[in-house]
Design a binder for this molecule. Structure first.
Ligand code: OFO
Length: 169
């Protein structure tokens, strides 16, 4: 049975993942609004990934005999001035989430919760990929600068991203 402290910390992280879903959905809406549909597709995949991250924690809590408590989700930002600004915000958000996951692991260690420590390992590795993905698009956007044709080529590339449901175990 999971401890109350660990259960509370996981509920907070479910909320953070659902906020991530909401934030990326807002970014998707922004890209649809400015007609960068490949970027919007990239965000759509990200939205689905964040839901999967939240549900992984949800399922872990249930399997361990804990109680899922869904908390209020904050309103995300709705306006950015460029694709670069969006991805800088995404990277900053992922770095924040990485810090949260690390703190969650610390709670699991303090609670001597071996099952949660092992389970959270997937999230630790996922955060490396999340930061890498956002940062590599930032680097591309910096190279592109004000070149609209190059931006449209990148938009085409990002249209190819597809969602593959992660196996969180
Ligand atoms: Fe973007 O990794 Fe979850 O929040």
């Amino acid at each position: 049975m999971i401890s109350q402290k660990m259960g509370n910390a996981i509920n907070d992280q479910i909320n953070a993942e659902l906020f991530s879903e909401y934030l990326y959905l807002s970014m998707q809406a922004y890209f649809q609004r400015i007609n960068l549909l490949g970027f919007a597709n990239w965000m759509d995949v990200q939205v689905k990934e964040e839901r999967a991250h939240g549900m992984g924690l949800f399922n872990h809590l249930i399997e361990r005999g804990g109680k899922v408590e869904l908390l209020a989700i904050d309103k995300p930002k709705t306006d950015w001035s460029s694709a670069l600004e969006v991805f800088e915000a995404a990277l900053e958000h992922e770095q924040f989430v990485t810090g949260r996951i690390n703190s969650l692991v610390t709670v699991a260690e303090e609670e001597k919760d071996r099952a949660s420590i092992s389970f959270l390992d997937w999230y630790v590795k996922e955060q490396v990929e999340e930061e890498f993905n956002a940062n590599s698009i930032i680097q591309s956007l910096k190279l592109i600068g004000p070149d609209a044709n190059a931006l449209l080529l990148l938009d085409k590339d990002l249209a190819a991203r597809t969602f593959v449901a992660p196996v969180i175990a």
